[in-house]
Design a protein around this ligand. Structure first.
Ligand SMILES: NC(=O)C1=CN([C@@H]2O[C@H](COP(=O)(O)OP(=O)(O)OC[C@H]3O[C@@H](n4cnc5c(N)ncnc54)[C@H](OP(=O)(O)O)[C@@H]3O)[C@@H](O)[C@H]2O)C=CC1
Ligand SMILES: O=C1O[C@H](COP(=O)(O)O)[C@@H](O)[C@H](O)[C@H]1O
Length: 485
């Protein structure tokens, strides 16, 4: 991998501390960081390089997946860090930043390859990108790349405006839009599951699959993020990005070759084939929920509107379930059910493929009913792939019962999503980053839902904290004779 300068805007922030520094450090330990490397943190606070290096070290102590005990390497890693005190919205500060970048490039004898990571509030994305361009930071003899965090826009229009502005400073292939779900090992594994197994490949269509269920539930509530979350809701926070990305990854077809471009093309075809929703139809396909008071792990918790900094009258969605259809030749007629919510019974991200139960009638009249075959892909916190089959149980009078065959072994010490994604961006591999077209089409698809929620034309279903969500979400599946797995 080529040597580079890694400029981190928002270096004193929460994400940098919890995810980005630990990711860089673990890449360093795995010898996946190009050395020497120049890492420059940017923030408005007045920190010396030594203060900043201490801040990085403290973050690693608190959040690295590998401990720092007896780590003689640590000092080598920490010495790569410098700090630049810049108000990123003011153009004048960039002169000093450029000088520091150049000085370090010379000292370390590294080429002008520059990675700019914007771990700052989204309102700053376009002003920083434009300042990078105008100040000459982006005029390099090597390459330049931009990593940006979510949220990418607040709706279709704002996302388009933001993209237009970013594209004045960076080309599409230079922009790496992080969706951390695409860095999860099991989401990345979807590609191999579908493409490297002819058995599954043959069954991956509407002839054999009855429905697909994609779930991401959490036990946590809004935490300290009410300011952002109350304007975003589950629809923008999880559904428009992570959930639709998982849908695309699950439904895409085998590309002609495995490359970033081909895979992203296949994903795009899926989002293009999603049956559009009309605003007046949203209530038939989408459930909007909000958590009320309840219990999480035996402890009482307040409802959403009782959370600090949430207005008592807030109608914000903390739960969304929806039924979608991919109207292409492979998936026509197969419902995709998606649900995501906070303050639910368990933390679980999983994809369940329910196969058609074509042999159900064979056992009718014998007081037995076969369960459908299920392919269960556990993404978080467990990582596993299992297949539910039917088999006679000799310990129960030979009755047919579902058995689960597990194909995975728990891997210890797996790199975290941020490690994988930062490593990919450093190599220039954009396979697991969201292309602008995917983002735009996702916003386009959810836009009628945003409007229906805004206009309050669909009921807000309250569910108790610690439950599996509103009853209406179960009815959504029951209408077609299914249930959530
Ligand atoms: N935290 C998380 O778990 C997640 C965060 N994200 C996204 O990541 C981004 C960062 O989030 P997070 O770290 O939580 O935010 P924080 O508020 O914790 O940090 C913001 C950072 O931006 C810096 N900053 C703010 N204004 C300026 C400015 N004018 N010039 C230079 N630096 C500035 C702050 O430094 P200073 O005050 O010193 O200037 C601080 O380092 C956001 O886009 C967020 O949506 C996405 C997923 C999860
Ligand atoms: O992006 C986000 O994701 C987290 C859930 O991520 P996970 O990796 O723990 O499944 C969610 O809590 C947060 O609200 C959202 O912004």
């Amino acid at each position: 991998m080529e040597a580079m300068t890694f400029v981190l805007f928002g270096a004193t922030g929460d994400l940098a501390k919890r995810k980005i520094f630990p990711a860089l450090y673990n890449l360093f330990l795995d010898k996946k960081l190009p050395l020497p490397i120049s890492i420059i943190g940017v923030g408005r606070g007045e920190l010396s390089d030594t203060d900043f290096q201490k801040h990085v070290k403290d973050s690693l102590k608190a959040f690295s997946r590998r401990s720092l005990h007896d780590d003689s390497n640590l000092e080598v890693f920490i010495r790569a860090f410098r700090y630049s005190h810049v108000d990123a919205i003011k153009a004048e500060g960039y002169k000093g930043l450029l000088e520091l970048i150049k000085q370090r490039e010379e000292e370390l004898n590294i080429p002008e390859n520059r990675m700019f990571y914007l771990s700052v509030a989204p309102e700053l994305f376009n002003v920083i990108a434009s300042n990078i361009k105008e100040s000459g930071l982006g005029s390099t003899k090597g390459w330049k790349r931009l990593i940006i965090e979510k949220p990418f826009g607040h709706d279709l229009k704002s996302a388009q405006v933001l993209n237009d502005k970013l594209s004045k400073a960076f080309d599409e292939e230079e922009i790496f839009r992080i969706d951390h779900y695409l860095g999860k090992p099991m989401v990345q594994n979807l590609e191999a599951l579908g493409f490297a197994n002819p058995v599954l490949q043959a069954l991956w269509n509407n002839q054999y699959i009855a429905n697909v269920q994609i779930t991401a539930t959490e036990t946590v509530g809004v935490e300290e993020r009410a300011d952002y979350y109350d304007k975003a809701g589950a629809i923008r926070d999880m559904f428009q990005n992570h959930m639709l990305q998982m849908l695309m990854m699950t439904a895409m077809q085998l590309p002609k070759q495995i490359s970033a471009e081909e895979i992203r093309n296949e994903k795009r075809k899926i989002i293009e084939s999603l049956r559009p929703l009309k605003k007046e139809n949203v209530m038939n396909h989408v459930i909007r929920g909000q958590y009320g008071p309840g219990e999480i792990q035996g402890k009482p918790v307040v409802g959403y509107t009782g959370e600090p900094e949430v207005a008592p009258s807030s109608l914000n969605d903390t739960f969304v379930a929806a039924r979608l259809y991919v109207d292409d030749d492979f998936w026509r007629g197969v419902p995709f059910y998606i649900r995501t919510g906070k303050r639910m019974t368990e933390k679980s991200t999983r994809i369940v493929i329910e196969f058609k139960n074509t042999l159900k009638d064979l056992y009718r009249g014998q007081e037995e009913e076969t369960a459908p075959n299920l392919l269960v892909i556990e993404i978080n916190p467990n990582e596993s792939v299992s297949l539910q089959l039917n088999s006679k149980n000799p310990l129960n009078n030979g009755k047919i019962e579902p058995v689960s065959v597990d194909f995975s072994s728990k891997q210890e010490d797996v790199p975290e999503a941020y490690e994988r994604l930062i490593y990919d961006a450093m190599r220039g591999d954009s396979t697991f980053f969201a292309h602008w077209k995917e983002v735009e089409l996702s916003w386009k698809w959810v836009q009628p839902i945003l409007e229906a929620f805004e206009e309050n034309t669909i009921p807000l279903q309250l569910y108790p904290s610690g439950s599996t969500g509103p009853d209406a979400s179960r009815r959504l599946l029951a209408e077609e004779g299914y249930k959530w797995w």
